[in-house]
Ligand binder design. Sequence first.
Ligand code: GAL
Length: 726
Amino acid sequence: MHDSTQHRILLKWYLLLLIAIGIVISNPVTAKENTGWQAVAHGVWRYAGGEKEKINLLDAAGITPNLARINEFPETPFPLNPEEITITRRQGKLYIKFPLEKEEQLYGLGLQFKHINRRGSIYYLHVDHYDGQDNGRTHAPVPFYVSSKGYGVLINSARYLTVYAGTAVRVDSPHPPRIFNRNTDAGWQAMPESDTVEILVPAENAEILVFGGPSLLEVVQKYNLYGGGGCLPPKWGLGFTYRTHTLFSGQEVLQEVQAFADQGFPLDFIGLEPGWMDRSYPCSYVWDPGRFPQPAVFLQTLREKGVKINLWINPYIAPASILYDRMLPYAGTHTVWNGIVPDYTLGEARGIFSDYFGRQLIQMGVAGFKIDECDGYDKFLWPDVAAFPSGTEAEQMRQVYGLLMQDMLMAEYRKINRRTYGLVRASNTGGCRFPFVIYNDYYRHEDFITALINSGFAGVLWTPEVRDSATGEEWLRRMQSVCFSPLAMINAWGSGTKPWSYPEVFEAVKEAALLRIQLLPYLYSTFAEYHFHGTPPIRPMPLVQGFRDQQKVIEGILDDTQNPYKLALRQDIKDQYMLGGCLLVAPVFTGQTSRTVVLPKGKWYDFYTGKLAGENQTITVEAKLEEIPLFVPDGGIIPMIPPQLRTPQTGEILPLEVRHYGSAPGRFLLYDDDGETFDYENGEYSWTELTAGKGPDGNLAGSQQRLSGTIFQYSDISWKFMELKR
Ligand code: GAL
């Protein structure tokens, strides 16, 4: 053989070898290795081949998984066939593929506003101000989804992930869709059924966790417990709150507080908007000397009136702020509204923040904060080309900023052993332990309710806040909804509206707010379940045992302008939810005179009258103006206190009325503690079992039994059997 031919052959083999080595190096994780799912706790597995990055969501949130609670669930087998999951690294990116069955539904992927069902769309998970489309850009783009098959997947990465939630069709698909000829087959669709969820992580590494149920509720509980368990707000946080007009002075705020008392409208805490500071956007964090000449006296006066205070902030520090010079060395390269952006992944920056907020504001008596503008829009916030002194990339900073802010503030409250409850506009996975509720400026009532429902899959809290309304009817409908959410709030920062601004509906508005206060024992126990057992306070219908999943695919109409591709849409139940285990809430929107309610299995009763509303069926209810439709399952128990203008203060003993609905036996676990401190973390709380059922004489009777603890701030328990009431 010719020398040069030999050389050529050798060179060819050498090149082939190099390519092969290249493939192995760039693709070290192959399908074969996918059996590497390590059990972390009962029903929680971590992928052995996935390291978390230094900056990741769960660590930024400072979580400690509550494995002990997770292990109280029975062991359950790995919920998927590991062979069907592939995790591949190519050129510095991670490609993750999970299987998807034909009838499988997907929920979650954060705080979306239009739909519950995630299958058939692409999500670019990116912290942002929600802008009217469920495309993944939102205030809490949580990379966790729940499958109707009873498992959940979490990608613990602070990157901008892309999730193809059942859109991508692969050549190697084990269940390929039918091939249509569009010329002749009427059934042709622009989106053939996909049998995968595929996720693109634009980084080499991510922690990947799978949660097994078997029920969907258990999946979400374990996910929340993995994040340390849900927050437990102070009791006052579950009362009513009002945010005053942005430029109100201390004097005007106090007048407002008085007006609430005069009108007999509940008020637990009041919020000050940017005008409490002498400058905002960017912020000084210093009281305005004109509007608040004596902040300490102002706070003392509020304290005497029993009203807590919450202050608005955004993270960007003004050149004129007293924090500016100290913080500058720890700030990013870019500004937001000409303010610097501190790198709060650095201990030094956290120290400066804590020093000021802790000592100047929190110890002075400020009970909470509203952390604004840590979400988006891109045009306002630091760009992805920004750099931060810690080396944290701008993209990662965007994904975790809201978590960092919540963590720092919560730490300050922990130092003084006082709980807080506030607001935030960006959160993420790991945020469930933070007592902050997400809100935004979007303001579409229907979509606010859908977001509320989606919050229950994501381990975050959301408030459908009320600002103003075109009509009294709209005002009332919005107020009714917000009173059945984690935070009952009017945000009058721009409008200056008051609960009584629409006199024609004021009585009904007041009724809704007072009912909220009456339900405090029920709500507080519901949040205790969130904290101790991970059970979300707002439960989307698919999390309810016995809920018949009524989702079906509805086909879009084919036409040559609006929908030339006939996209299949999936119907989802996005306007009703459970608040705790016993209250089905069916909000009414302006203009509705009736609405349908899909009742889960069994008999359900009208909350107000105790009358049977339906059994195993979808009902149509009249939308009475004065009531938000509420339903209770057979045997449901709801503990209540008398209507009053504040939630119970520490040590205040109140009579308890316990309502029982229908005739089935019922059980409710009533939780109590001091309502204000973190002492519950050291066991300072009580659980009381409330049970009701028919005795040997056929009559309904109720009883209560303390299961643990001594703190119990209720007296004179009286039972009300709603079935007999009629
Ligand atoms: C917005 C925020 C509003 C209000 C306003 C004050 O960003 O969403 O709730 O606080 O700022 O300027």
